[in-house]
Design a protein around this ligand. Sequence first.
Ligand code: KG4
Ligand code: ZN
Length: 344
Amino acid sequence: MSGKEVTILGIETSCDETAAAIVTNGRQIRSSVVASQTQLHEKFGGVVPEIASRAHVEKILPIVEEAVEQAGVTAAEIDAVAVANQPGLTIALMVGVTAAKTLAFAWDKPLVAVNHVHAHLQSAMLEAESIELPAVALIVSGGHSNLYDAESVLDLRLLGRTIDDAAGEAFDKVASILGLPYPGGPNIEKIAKEGNPKAVRFPRSLMEKDSLDFSFSGLKTAVLYYCQGQDMKGENRVASMSRREIADIAASFQAAVIEVLVKKTERAAKQIGAKTVLMGGGVACNGALREAMEAMCKKEHLALMIAAKKFCTDNAAMVASLAYYKYMAGQFADLSLEPKATSD
Ligand code: KG4
Ligand code: ZN
């Protein structure tokens, strides 16, 4: 290819954020617009797929228009349309996929399909000048807790994943047990700052010696037992707990999740002889996790790249960025592209 600039419109609707972004050459973010639906789902304590899908339908075109306008580009200057088509809520992904196919057809541009979880990893690479390989990548979000061996942006080998709840899901469920509002992660982090992480010794599930899989449902159940009594017949005591007691539970739970995430990342780095650790996904916003990962990497002499907080949660800049590398590699989708709940 010549030195021509490649500008891509990215679209993201896999869960409860409607997002569009314009990115040039995979790194120059010219606009990144995200409309969050948190308020719509808050009273249900989690994402309701039908409500998410309907909200995406209402928001997608205004959000794309805003992204194009903020970037100051015309349709003629856009080289490709990219969309996250997997994994996620099918009826939510459907809206982004349909919008991307329609725009690609109407503008006569190539279509690029990306994996949402792989795109999260791209967020960690956005600001990196260069990355020393091999790298271990930890993606921790509401739907995924995955460890990868990242040989290049396009070459990811799954090393481990959650066998039950994802890390973010555990944060959200424990927040609900503790009577904290949705989404749980940021609210647990906030109250945990007032608590003692050593107050309650919750279990750390590290499984067999070499395992790189995660399991967080036992930890969630341990919090529930703690709040309701071992027979689970007791009332949830949270209503009668002091703020300090709730803060102690939140801090102790958070410490257990972080210890497991950091230890498994260290284990994976040792197994593949990694030089670098990459981290992204919504849970990577967590300040205590960022600090603990930093301390481990310093001790193990590993380089660390964590996505900027605003790019940890769902956004379309990561979609357009990853799409650039697929575009350059000639990996295009066609108009038969379908949304998929799980990864290929
Ligand atoms: O990446 P994301 O926006 O969406 C998915 O692809 O799932 O991640 C959302 C998840 C939620 O479970 C949310 O509770 C969690 O990330 N999260 C956090 C924090 N901010 C968001 N978890 C822990 N600490 C945070 N500060
Ligand atoms: Zn995500």
